[in-house]
Design a protein around this ligand. Structure first.
Ligand code: UDP
Ligand code: MG
Length: 344
């Protein structure tokens, strides 16, 4: 098999006649109750909207009966297929796997919890048919989320807008439609730390937004606790900005200037007024201050080195435990170079 990460367009794909017009990619983690509702809603909406469609669910190491539900849904409807990871790899990686397995001319990415209303998809399709290749859903409000999460998100996007090297459209998330061209471009990006929102913007192509209202979660609760959001945010910033690394340099320059001036001041004072015993506390405070700056700078560099380490190991992005409903198809192997036959 060819290397999917090097040349996505040349990799063996589903035969053209088997290609649906639209693929829906859904990352799924413990969503057993939501999946049947989602399939029913999609069925109603897509019947009139497209000539053919498929649903690719990526079971991201669920611990409830999500996989059993997926097997049943796949058996009932040939348009539904699923891949099941060997463990939880995270939503971003689940999306990447879904894109690897989707065969449609266009792909819609959406959450399984019905917070992304399927009824918005026809509006996405309309934009796509107008010629936009990268159509993103824009949240009109964040009312459904806690205040803390909302403020955190706002602060993060401000920071990203200021320091990130890629511009993110306001309110855009993972709910979006991507043309086959964009999907192939995304599949060719080899990085393991995947901050999808940044990657969608980075690849470019003719883009347009469609507003939608985030619905309430149908069942269950959010999987993104605060700690996880925080590390996700740093992943995002560090993959799209090297500014944190420069902070150490700037701080060093500023502090060197200040200390030179302070040194001159003390020198002059000693020359004019003679020596006296300078304050001991100020000495301790300044030592502590400068050591903390050094440690923070080292830590920041460490964060980047850690991420470089993760990239150079070149482990496959994900491991598949089981494929359901893909028997009739040729599917690319996951990204990563040589994969043992064991996991295919
Ligand atoms: N999800 C996933 N892997 C994870 C966590 C979440 O695939 O480790 C999926 C989840 O099943 C849902 C989507 O990602 O379809 C969004 O998750 P959630 O609703 O918990 O996030 P929120 O809407 O609160 O941002
Ligand atoms: Mg949700």
């Amino acid at each position: 098999m060819s290397n999917a990460s090097a040349s996505p367009s040349a990799s063996p794909r589903v035969p053209a006649q088997g290609r649906p017009e639209l693929s829906i990619v859904v990352p799924v983690h413990n969503e057993a109750e939501n999946l049947p509702l989602l399939v029913a809603r999609l069925n109603t909406v897509l019947a009139a909207a497209v000539s053919s469609w498929e649903l690719v669910c990526v079971d991201d190491g669920s611990r409830d009966d999500t996989l059993a539900v997926l097997r049943r849904l796949c058996a009932e409807d040939a348009r539904v297929s699923a891949i099941s990871f060997s463990r939880n790899f995270g939503k971003e990686i689940a999306i990447a796997a879904g894109l690897d397995h989707a065969a449609g001319d266009a792909v819609v990415i959406m959450d399984a919890d019905l917070q992304h209303p399927p009824e918005t998809i026809p509006a996405f399709l309309a934009k796509w048919r107008e010629g936009f290749l990268n159509v993103y859903g824009q949240r009109t409000d964040r009312d459904g989320e806690s205040r803390l999460k909302r403020n955190f998100a706002r602060a993060f996007y401000k920071l990203f807008a200021r320091f990130g090297e890629t511009e993110l459209p306001a309110g855009a998330g993972d709910f979006r439609l991507l043309d086959r061209k964009v999907v192939d471009a995304l599949r060719a990006l080899p990085e393991r730390a995947r901050f999808s929102k940044g990657l969608y913007a980075w690849v470019g192509f003719a883009s347009a937004g469609v507003t939608f209202e985030v619905a309430e979660r149908a069942h269950g609760q959010t999987k993104f606790r605060f700690g996880r959001l925080f590390s996700f945010a740093f992943d995002g910033l560090s993959s799209f900005s090297t500014v944190p690394l420069k902070i150490a340099t700037w701080a060093g320059v500023a502090i060197a200037l200040i200390s030179t001036l302070t040194g001159l001041f003390f020198l002059l004072r000693t020359l004019v007024f003679g020596t006296d015993l300078p304050g001991f506390p100020s000495l301790i405070v300044s030592i502590m201050f400068f050591s903390s700056i050094q440690l923070i700078s080292l830590g920041l560099i460490g964060e980047y080195v850690g991420r470089i380490f993760a990239e150079v190991k070149r482990r496959p992005l994900y491991l598949i435990g089981e494929r359901v409903g893909f028997d009739a198809r040729t599917v690319d192997h996951p990204r990563g170079d040589a994969l043992p036959p064991l996991i295919r």
